[in-house]
Design a protein around this ligand. Structure first.
Ligand code: G3P
Ligand code: MG
Length: 275
């Protein structure tokens, strides 16, 4: 089975640089880039009119100046919201990003993305995969994305749309189940994504030994994370990867990851900067 030749950075910005900018926005991705991140994790789901948007929650109540569920909104409704001022007045006027908006920015910045197919209650996993996957694959080279989901149905639909050499998929687990390998095999997954707070040493080592890149979310405590690197973690998803700039400097080599000390592309990928 061949997969795109993906080299992950050791540090991936969760929902963009969400510690310092409103999550899942264009500003959060720009902030991640400015901080030296080469990859971001972002959530995608559908509005009621089937527009794919970058958004985490089932509704807009927490992260906008409005109220209501995504499935009851169309693009005009969503674009009328201010999705920045809830975070800070500095981001007043920020608009919800469509998947197309976001992919255009990622392409310009030459960044990679772990796109999470977020299937909230009442949403259709097949429709989400069908709306998001072809657009993603058209916009970016195959080594610049990994698609993950907690939804086995969404992943199965995604795999039906593209072969392993074109589309890297990741099984996403809160607690990694005992049948993780069968689940990965069923969708010909490239990677496994695990909540580090519920990940055991034994399971981490098994995943890594089986050859799957192990991506841990969402870690913001670099000191507590040190053992997880030793257990074979390939990359960590953090709200603020800059916190890790000291503890991730001397990691064991990983076949799937860039060396943290690799010379950066001066224009597009400065080293992670400590804030
Ligand atoms: O993809 C990792 C992580 O983002 C999964 O949880 O709720 O932050 O989307 P959540
Ligand atoms: Mg997510």
């Amino acid at each position: 089975m061949s997969h795109p030749h993906i080299k992950l950075p050791r540090l991936i910005a969760h929902r963009g640089l969400s510690a310092h900018a409103p999550e899942n926005t264009l500003s959060a991705v720009r902030a991640a880039h400015t901080a030296g991140c080469q990859w971001v994790e972002l959530d995608v789901q559908l509005l009621g009119d089937n527009t794919a948007v970058i958004w985490h929650d089932r509704d807009v109540n927490r992260c906008s100046n409005g109220r209501g569920r995504l499935r009851d909104m169309n693009l005009a409704d969503a674009k009328a919201l201010d999705v920045g001022s809830w975070f800070s007045p500095d981001f007043t006027g920020e608009r919800m990003a469509t998947l197309a908006d976001m992919l255009a920015l990622l392409k310009t910045l030459k960044m990679g993305v772990n796109l999470e197919l977020k299937v909230n209650r009442g949403h259709d996993p097949a429709a989400l995969a069908e709306a998001a996957i072809p657009v993603l694959m058209k916009a970016l080279p195959s080594e610049k994305y990994v698609v993950s989901s907690f939804s086995a149905k969404a992943l199965a639909h995604a795999r039906a749309l593209a072969s392993t050499d074109q589309l890297a998929l990741g099984c996403l687990f809160d607690r990694v189940p005992s049948d993780w390998q069968a689940r990965c095999q069923s969708i010909q997954a490239w990677s496994l994504h695990a909540n580090w707070k519920k990940l055991t040493q034994q399971r981490a080592r098994a995943v890594s030994s089986a050859g799957y890149p192990l991506i841990c979310f969402t870690a913001n405590d670099p000191a507590r994370f040190i053992p997880f690197w030793k257990w074979g973690t390939t990359a960590v998803i953090s709200d603020d990867p800059t916190l890790f700039s000291n503890t991730s400097a001397n990691l064991p080599d990983s076949h799937h990851a860039e060396s943290i000390l690799a010379a950066p592309d001066e224009d597009t990928s400065p080293q992670i900067k400590r804030r």
